[in-house]
Write a protein that binds this ligand. Structure first.
Ligand code: PEP
Length: 254
């Protein structure tokens, strides 16, 4: 039985004091939650100090980063490596987020290098995939999912399903207030699992946790999580407020 997982993507929000205050509130509000794994992905500058706060609070909340470079070190001004994230206390890394794909032009081949580097370093990659509105309207949702999964995971063997997380995040639902219906999320995520079964094997695919992301809010979390192929939720805007993130986590019961 897979444990539900709920994560917050803080994106480029919160100053250091604001991030620390939010982390403290989350530790206090969520200290009793055992039914779900919870992670937060603050900006890079917060990871280390938040790791200290989480340790002091004896919190089970896991820290993640929103991106990384695939090289281990060197002349890559402005970049952060997997080892740096790990040494700061990060355990998860978000890769292939639609904002990285569309604003920073990251393609599947580039994301593939990052997934490999994260796995090699012992970080847990959260690979994000999802179609644009025009792709959905053109009936290309499955084609996009297949291409992104096969490209981003090309040549990668997953023998342990706990070593990777996938987030299906339709681009038209991210930050727009428009959520995929539970049926749309289920259909797409069932298809994600089918492709994972083709790439790895059915048992592995069944155990890999697939999160849904895209305008998840307290009002829709419960109806999304009960879908059979929705194993978790990845939350952007609504994770920036302790009360709404807490409500989402508490509703994330299968
Ligand atoms: C995200 O950034 O991954 C996301 C799902 O954002 P939002 O919840 O704001 O749509």
């Amino acid at each position: 039985m897979k444990k539900v997982i709920v994560g917050g993507n803080w994106k480029m929000n919160k100053t250091v004091p604001e991030a620390q205050a939010l982390a403290r509130q989350l530790c206090d509000r969520l200290s009793d939650v055992n039914f779900a794994d919870i992670f937060i992905c603050p900006p890079f500058v917060d990871i280390y100090s938040l790791s200290i706060i989480l340790r002091e609070k004896e919190s089970k909340i896991i820290l993640g980063a929103q991106n990384m470079h695939y090289e281990a070190k060197g002349a890559f001004t402005g970049e952060i490596s997997a080892d740096m994230i790990k040494s700061a206390g990060g355990k998860i890394v978000v890769l292939g987020h639609s904002e990285r794909r569309h604003i920073f032009n990251e393609n599947d081949e580039y994301i593939n290098r990052k997934v490999r580097a994260a796995l090699d370093a012992g970080l847990l990659p959260l690979l994000c995939i999802g179609e644009l509105l025009e792709e959905r309207e053109a009936g290309k949702t499955e084609e996009v999912i297949r291409t992104q999964l096969k490209g981003s995971l090309d040549g990668i063997k997953i023998e342990d399903p706990s070593k990777i997380l996938i987030a299906y995040e339709p681009v038209w639902a991210i930050g727009t207030g428009v959520t995929a219906t539970p049926e749309q999320a289920q259909d797409a995520q069932k298809f994600v699992r089918k492709i994972l079964a083709e790439m790895f094997d059915e048992n592995i695919a069944n155990e890999i946790r697939i999160l849904y992301g895209g305008s998840v809010k307290p009002a829709n979390a419960a109806s999304l999580i009960v879908q059979p192929d929705v194993d978790g939720l990845f939350v952007g805007g609504a994770s920036l407020d302790a009360e709404s993130f807490e409500k989402i986590v508490r509703d994330a019961i299968k």
